[in-house]
Design a protein around this ligand. Structure first.
Ligand code: NDP
Length: 329
């Protein structure tokens, strides 16, 4: 059936300004790292993307290597653009990245201009796009001069292949330097994509200050710790979960009794707030308005509904925050 986006799709989503830029992105964005590869159900992926857009999720995050196999998430998204989303292109913020291993030989990963620009060209081809909205350097490269990598990002914008640029997984000092170089080049850094959740708070130690000073936004990945900060694993490891599947990024062994104990206690606070644990974990990440968007993953449309509903209760009392700190310490 031809897809027609819901007419009330902008009724409830909250849109946050990205740093000091003119761009706004939804408080909840959807990433296509898992569940959208060539090995996954195309129909389920299509349902997820359609449902997300109907909920006002205008931002979809990809990378050259998402799959498996690498590249297949972009190919899948390109098919969806062609069949479902093309009429809505100007309502979408589509991002991709390059930095991790993508192809054989010396030019298939890290941060050279050679790799970044050819990878971006490949991504555009796979998605059938003329440009992406945001092009990221996916991880810092210790061996390539930062100037070269930033000049490649600047070139991506000047050549019309990207509208804005981002960096991901850069520590505070590297981010500060990237902000400085890009400012000099005249293509200000739009956004940083670090990992952040109740269980992984490294960005609080310096990076958030650097981004705030630089007028740079942040979109944080794995805010639900890949599903651990939800009720998903409270009754064991479900067959259809990421931990039970082939993903090498969340193993059954990493779901320890110690972590589950914290999850249970956090779940009690969430219930007291009248929220699911996923909702509380996402609202917590957005507390204090230091994060622009939570970048979630989903395997089912019900998870999207659950997660977006967290917007109904974003505030925390001092007592709730103290109880959470007590559990996390
Ligand atoms: P999350 O922490 O949101 O984990 C998503 C998983 O949690 C889902 O696949 C699902 O697992 C489970 N889940 C989600 N919502 C619920 C819910 N309401 N109730 C129960 N379970 C739920 O994020 P991801 O780790 O998936 O990362 C999100 C995105 O971040 C990626 O798609 C990618 O775009 C980006 N990313 C970027 C990286 C980088 O280096 N820049 C690295 C990693 C991710 P299940 O499948 O078990 O149902």
């Amino acid at each position: 059936m031809v897809y027609q986006a819901k007419s009330d799709r902008y009724a409830t989503m909250k849109y946050n300004r990205v740093g000091r830029s003119g761009l706004k992105i939804p408080a909840v964005s959807l990433g296509l790292w898992h569940n959208f590869g060539g090995v996954d159900s195309f129909e389920n992926g299509r349902e997820l993307v359609r449902h997300a857009f109907d909920l006002g999720i205008t931002h979809f995050d990809l990378a050259n290597n998402y799959g498996p196999p690498p590249g297949s998430a972009e190919t899948m998204f390109g098919q969806l653009l062609a069949t479902d989303l093309k009429p809505y292109r100007d309502e979408l913020v589509i991002s991709t990245k390059a930095g991790y291993y993508m192809w054989e030989g010396p030019y298939g990963e890290w941060g050279s201009r050679k790799y970044l620009i050819s990878s971006l060209d490949q991504s555009l081809k796979r998605m059938g796009l003329d440009y992406v909205d945001i092009f990221y350097h996916h991880r810092p490269d210790p061996d390539t001069p930062l100037e070269e990598t930033m000049m490649a990002l600047d070139y991506a914008v000047r050549s019309g292949k990207a509208l804005y640029v981002g960096i991901s997984n850069y520590r505070a000092p590297e981010a500060k330097e990237a902000i400085r170089i890009l400012k000099e080049l005249g293509t200000p850094l739009l956004i940083h994509q670090p990992r952040y959740s109740m269980f992984d708070r490294w960005i609080e130690d310096g990076l958030q200050d650097v981004l705030e000073e630089g007028g740079v936004g942040s979109i944080v990945f794995s805010p639900l710790e890949q599903g651990l900060l939800t009720n998903r694993y409270l009754g064991g490891i479900p067959q259809d979960s990421r931990a039970a599947g082939a993903s090498i990024f969340l193993s059954e062994n990493s779901i320890t009794e110690e972590k589950l104990d914290k999850v249970r206690r956090l779940n009690e606070i969430a219930s007291d707030r009248g929220q699911s644990l996923a909702q509380m974990a996402l609202a917590w990440v957005l507390r204090g308005e230091r994060v622009t968007s939570v970048l979630i993953g989903a395997s089912k449309v019900s998870q999207l509904d659950d997660n977006v509903d967290m917007l109904k209760r974003l505030d925390f009392s001092a007592d709730e925050l103290a109880r959470i700190e007590e559990i996390l310490k």
